[in-house]
Design a protein around this ligand. Structure first.
Ligand SMILES: Cc1cc2nc3c(=O)[nH]c(=O)nc-3n(C[C@H](O)[C@H](O)[C@H](O)COP(=O)(O)O)c2cc1C
Length: 404
């Protein structure tokens, strides 16, 4: 009996690092989300996690992946699997880039720096948002991988020009113009909470802060959070609390149209990606205009309900545009198998936002690394399990059927 007990009792070494200890119990992005939920004040978590209206688009982004079935082949030598590809001319080890997310520092003081560092360590492109809380220059200093700059066009075109030029001069490799935000979506979790950026301290937020002492301590010790791209320009830098909706609707240019693309290309001289394409017609138009890449995206469901799920739209877009433009997909990617499904359906690469934000909220830079490791290792594992050895050569034959 003692022999049997001794054979199963192995005392695990106690992990003194609390973040490592917590992350060791995380198995999926859903678990990471729950850990972030526990560690962040409710308003902050809801800002990241929430979406527009009844959040149906957000839910469908993920559901649409679960309806796709893979068609595995067995007895294939999968000892060598090549997951590398190119995106807009850049060699990357996985068909993955990190979506831009604004106001990242409210999850963790390191914010965009932590995410850019982790992305750089695996040489995946990181996109800094116009609404970033670390400046173009700060992010460029820490990044070791490719950087892209996400542009919202301001009513003040001079400001837009200046941002694009700063990105170019600091070595950013592409401009990602977000085209799904002519007006701001109604994010009802934020509406209910009266959420502002930076958060205003009322009774409710005070209690929330007390219940999340680690976050609160980090928040009060770090320098004030502002929109770094326009730091110091008092009226627009976010140093006074604003709702994001008021901010976007008052500052960003709702007249932006196809004719502006040439101007952006001229100013930057960099490859251009349009993020937020949601129809075959617009995908074709972007192709005709010689745009380098498009990202099928509904902003993670944060703009309106009833938007097409990007992965469901992908086959029709690829049918229409073929190889004449690179097509990326973003929204609802939570596993490596989602990446494989998208590539099989013709995507050049995928992007994601919330998985790394959950990581940041759950465990700072280590949490971001967890999210990236989880998804990248899932790509290689899935390829092995379905008997495929090259991500570039995946074909639609790998996807059997789309369940209703
Ligand atoms: C908190 C948050 C902030 C975001 N901020 C921006 C932004 O500033 N610019 C932008 O183009 N997209 C922004 N997005 C959308 C993401 O780039 C991306 O499209 C979306 O997160 C993809 O869906 P996923 O979160 O399911 O991966 C944001 C998304 C979230 C969750």
């Amino acid at each position: 009996m003692f022999k049997t007990i001794r054979s199963v009792v192995r005392l695990r070494r106690f992990e003194f690092n609390g973040t490592k200890r917590r992350l060791a119990k995380v198995g999926s992005v859903d678990d990471l989300r729950l850990l972030a939920k526990r560690r962040l004040p409710g308003g902050v978590f809801d800002y990241f996690d929430g979406a527009a209206e009844d959040e149906l688009t957000k839910a469908e982004n993920s559901n649409a992946f679960s309806k796709i079935e893979l068609r595995p082949r067995v007895l294939v030598d999968v000892s060598k699997i090549d997951t590398s590809t190119t995106i807009m001319g850049q060699e990357v080890p996985f068909p993955i880039a990190l979506s831009p997310t604004g106001f990242t520092r409210i999850a963790h003081p390191q914010g965009e720096l932590a995410v850019a560092r982790v992305a750089g360590a695996v040489n995946l492109p990181y996109t800094l948002s116009t609404l970033g809380t670390r400046s173009i220059e700060e992010v460029a200093r820490v990044a070791t991988g490719p950087l892209w700059y996400q542009l919202y066009v301001w009513k003040d075109r001079g400001l837009s020009r200046e941002l694009v030029e700063r990105a170019r001069d600091n070595g950013y490799k592409a401009i990602m113009l977000t085209v799904d935000t002519p007006v701001f979506g109604r994010r009802e979790r934020d509406v209910r909470r009266g959420f502002t950026l930076p958060p205003k301290i009322g009774l409710e937020t005070f209690v929330d802060g007390v219940l999340h002492p680690k976050w609160t301590w980090d928040f009060v010790r770090s320098e004030p959070i502002t929109f770094s791209a326009v730091a110091g320009q008092k009226s627009v830098d976010g140093s006074t609390a604003v709702t994001l909706s008021d901010y976007v609707n008052s500052q960003f240019d709702p007249t932006l149209s196809w004719t502006d693309l040439e101007w952006i290309r001229e100013v930057s001289g960099l490859p251009l990606m349009l993020k937020g394409i949601q129809s075959v017609e617009d995908a074709k138009r972007a192709t005709e205009l010689g745009v380098d890449a498009i990202a099928l995206s509904n902003h993670g469901g944060r703009q309106y309900d009833g938007a097409p799920a990007p992965i469901a739209l992908l086959p029709r877009v690829v049918d229409a545009v073929g190889n004449s433009i690179e097509v990326l997909v973003d929204g609802g990617v939570r596993r490596g198998s989602d990446v494989v499904k998208a590539c099989a359906l013709g995507a050049r690469a995928v992007m994601f936002g919330r998985p790394y934000l959950y990581g940041l909220g759950a465990g700072g830079e280590m949490g971001v690394r967890w999210a990236l490791d989880h998804i990248t290792s899932g790509v290689t594992r899935t390829m092995g399990l379905i008997g495929e050895t090259s991500i570039r050569n995946l074909s639609t034959g790998v996807v059997t059927r789309v369940r209703d």
